[in-house]
Design a binder for this molecule. Structure first.
Ligand SMILES: CC(C)(COP(=O)(O)OP(=O)(O)OC[C@H]1O[C@@H](n2cnc3c(N)ncnc32)[C@H](O)[C@@H]1OP(=O)(O)O)[C@@H](O)C(=O)NCCC(=O)NCCS
Length: 178
């Protein structure tokens, strides 16, 4: 695989992002939020092909328990890597890009929710230093596009994980993590 670069999404990316990663409505929504300064949609590229994305949610959390226990804490949302390029470090690189942004903007904590049955993602987050927040699982709502094209909201039970961020060097430059 060639070199992977990560940058915030641009308007012109949306069509090809949806083509490769699907979920057009989701990426349009997150891009609109980014344009309003409410978050950052990080995208990973291998040459001209998008290979992954993660949205950094900087608004208050939608889920009341998360809002209550983690007020003002940014959330990494919807990390996704194209199936054919998984296990090459792109997921970790996207997380690091989001964390670098947070460190650069003075945030001390990052958090995320991961479905209780998503052991693969949970292993990655654990390796990257995310730990259970200690307040039990939370019902989150994920938007999905149904076969007839409607966007529906699906409840899913999630673990909430948090990570304390350092206040100095960019995380992407650290050693010891792939
Ligand atoms: C979860 C997901 C984002 C991980 O993306 P990824 O790009 O495969 O992640 P990474 O490559 O950074 O890490 C995955 C594994 O590959 C390994 N790996 C990374 N680079 C490697 C390399 N150069 N050589 C060998 N193994 C490598 C990592 O050690 C890691 O191992 P682990 O599973 O034991 O932790 C991806 O599987 C995905 O899109 N899943 C579907 C959506 C999803 O579940 N998203 C999470 C929502 S919370």
């Amino acid at each position: 695989m060639g070199e992977v670069s990560i940058r915030p999404a641009e308007q012109a990316d949306l069509a090809v992002l949806a083509e490769v990663l699907g979920e057009q409505g989701f990426y349009e929504d997150r891009f609109t939020r980014q344009a309003k300064g409410l978050g950052v949609l990080f995208t990973a590229w291998c040459a001209a092909r998008p290979v992954g994305a993660v949205y950094l949610w900087l608004e208050d959390a939608e889920e009341p328990p998360i809002r209550g226990h983690l007020p003002g804490v940014p959330l990494l949302n919807h990390l996704e890597v194209a199936p054919d390029v998984r296990n090459h470090g792109i997921g970790a690189a996207l997380v690091h890009a989001a964390e670098d942004y947070l460190v650069g903007h003075g945030h001390a904590l990052g958090a995320l929710a991961v479905r209780t049955d998503n052991t693969r993602a949970a292993r990655l987050y654990s390796r990257l230093g995310y730990r259970d927040w200690g307040h039990g699982t939370v019902v989150c709502y994920a938007e999905r596009v149904s076969p007839d094209g409607r966007t529906i909201s699906e409840a899913e039970r999630c673990h909430v994980l948090v990570k304390g961020l350092p206040d100095n060097a960019p995380l992407a430059s650290r050693t010891g993590e792939r």
